[in-house]
Design a protein around this ligand. Structure first.
Ligand code: NAD
Length: 368
């Protein structure tokens, strides 16, 4: 397979973890006979320094022509006092909008060796492995411009969705559930909101197209509780923009390890932007100690969701799991009796695992 991948390392540890992802993808390409062509472009603070804008036109054009985009992280104290149009985050919002990324996917998995870092009891979080599919371009954050009326005493925000917007995100979630354990929880507030009633209607209609997926409807308040009391209950959760914003942040702290969380944002043509959930971590940038695993796991999501290479994606995920199981960890993770390693060594361990499994021809039979 031939694919063109645009790399946007951004700022701080974004550059360090991006080079790890590139190394892992290069190993996958070699072992599976793919050709990945990497093209690096600037975004965020680095782009402000070089081009005077957080999102240069060349970056946008390259991303639009790519098969997928990998992004590190943007931001840092150097640009904190800039006027709003010259803030690094503008680059991030701009590229998401330019690519029309309407579906945000966040997998959250409790890795065995890291469960002790969770705010939940180990026996509650153990075995949890869920995916939150959040609508990203509609709803309350994108309604008719908010307004203040009656001398500022009344405020209005609009939560608007079209049937098409709901259908495409619900389809994405059903398809994701088909590739996982086949369970979909649709989260809404259909006892109160008209938009949620249409949401629920669409999910009910779509059900027939995906007979292998079991569906339940959960009210958002109940979902928020269940995520804490019984996270293993969930496989795939699909929900609208604001509910997804809140629930995905709630779920992301369950595993207790910011450096382990990948994400994917997809558009209708399947082109996606893949990035770790963490930021540019200026406090540790340049020290060679950043955890590259969220970025590496984001690359695995790219293989699965944009290129349909699920065996290759699974091998990366298995490699990450095995390296942690063997006790290796970066400074941000604590593993009892483990061995602390830096960014480069963690990357090498993942690559070594991939190469060893390929060499032993274990790929087809051992892990899938
Ligand atoms: N998507 C993005 O690009 C994104 C997201 C969040 C924050 N930011 C930006 O990043 C900068 C720093 O923000 P912040 O400190 O609030 O959040 P952060 O995620 O960068 O860091 C929070 C804490 O987690 C640690 N950390 C984060 N990722 C890590 C990793 N991979 N390995 C080891 N430790 C890791 C950091 O050292 C820090 O102590 C700000 O400029 C912010 O605007 C960018």
């Amino acid at each position: 397979m031939n694919r063109r991948i645009v790399l946007l390392p951004g700022d701080g540890i974004g550059k360090e973890v991006m080079s790890s992802a590139k190394e892992v993808l290069s190993a996958i390409a070699e072992e599976f006979n793919h050709s990945f062509n990497f093209e690096t472009h600037e975004i965020g603070g680095a782009a402000i320094d070089t081009y005077g804008t957080p999102l240069p036109e060349t970056t946008v054009t390259a991303c639009k022509q790519a098969d997928a985009v990998l992004l590190g992280a943007v931001g840092g104290p150097k640009w904190d006092q800039n006027p709003s149009h010259l803030r690094p985050e503008r680059g991030l919002l701009g590229i998401r909008k330019a690519l029309d990324l309407y579906a945000n996917l966040r997998p959250i998995k409790g890795f065995k060796n890291l469960l002790h870092a969770s705010p939940l009891k180990e026996d509650v979080i153990s075995g949890s492995d869920l995916l939150i599919v959040r609508e990203l371009t509609g709803g309350l954050y994108f309604g008719t411009p908010s307004e203040r009326r009656d001398n500022g005493e009344t405020v209005v925000d609009t939560l608007a969705y079209t049937r098409h917007e709901i259908e495409r995100i619900v389809d994405k979630a059903f398809q994701a559930a088909q590739g996982r354990r086949g369970r979909l929880a649709s989260v809404d507030k259909a006892n109160v909101l008209e938009s949620s009633k249409l949401w629920r209607e669409v999910v009910e209609e779509k059900k027939a197209q995906y007979p292998d997926v079991t569906v339940e409807h959960v009210l958002v308040d109940a979902a928020a509780m269940k995520l804490i009391t019984n996270p293993t209950h969930f496989d795939v959760i699909v929900t609208e923009n604001m509910f997804g914003d809140i629930l995905s942040d709630e779920a992301s702290v369950l595993t207790g390890s910011l450096g382990m969380l990948p994400s994917a944002s997809l558009n209708e043509s399947g082109v996606g932007l893949y990035e770790p959930v963490h930021g540019s971590a200026p406090d540790i940038a340049g020290k060679g100690i950043a955890n590259p695993l969220a970025m590496i796991l984001s690359a695995a999501l790219m293989l699965r969701y944009s290129f349909n290479l699920s065996n290759e994606a699974k091998l990366i995920e298995t490699a990450v799991q095995s390296v942690l199981d063997a006790g290796f960890h970066t400074a941000d993770l604590q593993i009892t009796n483990g061995r602390q390693v830096g960014t480069a060594e963690m990357t090498r361990l993942v690559v070594d695992f991939i190469r060893t499994q390929s060499a032993s021809k274990c790929i087809a039979s051992c892990y899938y």
